[in-house]
Design a protein around this ligand. Structure first.
Ligand SMILES: *Cc1c(COP(=O)(O)O)cnc(C)c1O
Length: 373
């Protein structure tokens, strides 16, 4: 099997497996009073420090969650609640290509009077400064733009967009689920107030994630209860998961440059191979996309049919976002970037990961050429 769907989920890395092992059979409740609880609570504290160091944050700015979707919901609904409790425009501004965890969450607030404004993107998938400026006339509760898109891999100009939102006094959230552990992320440099991440997208176990909340930014708590996560997200800590998340992220950040260079080589090889064999296709997204990320649209093809043909050859890919697969023929992201009609239905997303090899990239290329023919 050749697994090329890392944007959907990445296999658990050995570093995370090893770090979690002691806590899988027994992890005391960190809130208990005996010494074993101090060990568990120390493990969570250490994990928080490791995660903070990986994104340029302070440990007290990291709040562990159960997934990226939870972090996104917390950011959006928290900012909406702030407006409901005080004053300000009931408007949520996001890019037209956000993950459903952000888009659907914003739309779910319509009954409370919130208007969702979608910022258009250019053919590369980039949000323009001018469209954000226009959307912010009259204010907003939040601007949310993803750091890296999950269907085309495009990296958004977060620092610039965030500065613009702040000029208007509007908080800024970025869904960095595809970025964290894949490209350098520095919350200080970007200046964001809120940032979401998900463990299983960077080789940590599923059911883990975190929300970065800038120190001094008053976000209402997500879950009330026993007061875990400094009263912000109650619920007994997933000690093994948290330790695994920190170990995986630390390992990925350490290897990031090396991995990116290898992934870029595989990506280039696949593109070159397809062109050499005269396959009629286009590359979606910006050329400097996420490492190992390929969104391709093949002329007069059906993406789902290609996916199944590749599956039969043991090559696992996606037609786009796993969250959209099977729902619609053409994803809203592919629509938003304006892929020509002859190509839009023939879209495949190949996302390579650090454990893929050049030999696998060659096999993928061969299988792809055969599937298209
Ligand atoms: C996968 C993904 C999510 C959701 O993360 P989960 O941990 O699966 O809930 C959110 N945003 C983006 C961009 C994603 O790729």
């Amino acid at each position: 099997m050749i697994y090329c769907d890392h944007a959907a989920t990445a296999p658990l890395c050995p570093e995370a497996r090893e770090a979690m092992r002691p806590y899988l059979s027994f992890a005391a409740n960190p809130s208990a009073l005996y010494s074993a609880a101090r060990d568990a609570s120390y493990a969570v504290k250490k994990a928080r420090e490791q995660v903070a160091a990986c994104i340029g944050a302070r440990p007290e700015e990291i709040y562990f969650t159960s997934c990226g979707t939870e972090a996104d919901n917390w950011a959006v609904k928290g900012c909406a609640r702030k407006v409901l409790a005080g004053w300000g425009a009931r408007r949520l501004v996001l890019s037209a290509i956000e993950h459903p965890a952000v888009t659907e969450t914003c739309l779910s607030l319509a009954p409370l009077g919130f208007e969702t404004v979608l910022l258009p993107v250019d053919p590369m998938g980039l949000v323009a400064r001018a469209s954000l400026e226009e959307a912010l006339i009259g204010g907003a509760a939040l601007v949310s733009v993803m750091a890296a898109n999950n269907e085309i891999g495009t990296l958004e100009p977060i620092r610039e967009l965030c500065a613009l939102a702040h000029e208007k006094g509007v908080p800024f959230h970025t869904d960095a689920v595809q970025a964290v552990g894949h490209i350098p992320v520095d919350v200080e440099k970007w200046g964001v107030d809120l940032l979401s991440a998900s463990g299983h997208k960077f080789s940590a176990p599923r059911g883990t994630g975190f929300l970065y909340i800038r120190k001094g930014f008053a976000l209402p708590p997500l879950l009330s209860g026993g007061g875990q996560e400094r009263g912000m997200r109650s619920g007994t800590e997933n000690v093994a998961g948290i330790v695994g998340l920190a170990a995986a992220l630390t390992a990925r950040v350490k290897q990031m440059e090396k991995d990116a260079a290898a992934l870029d080589k595989m990506r280039a090889r696949i593109l070159e191979g397809l062109r050499d064999r005269g396959v009629d296709f286009r590359v979606n997204g910006a050329p400097d996309a996420l490492p190992g990320f390929l969104s391709l649209s093949f002329r007069d093809m059906d993406g789902e049919m290609l996916l199944h043909r590749l599956d039969l050859k043991g090559v696992l890919v996606s037609t786009g976002s796993a969250c959209h697969a099977g729902k619609e023929t053409v994803s809203p992201v592919i629509r938003a970037i304006g892929v020509p009609e002859a190509y839009e239905k023939g879209t495949l997303r190949l996302t390579l990961g650090p454990e893929n090899t050049m030999e696998e990239a060659e096999c993928l290329l061969q299988a792809l050429v055969e599937a298209v023919r």
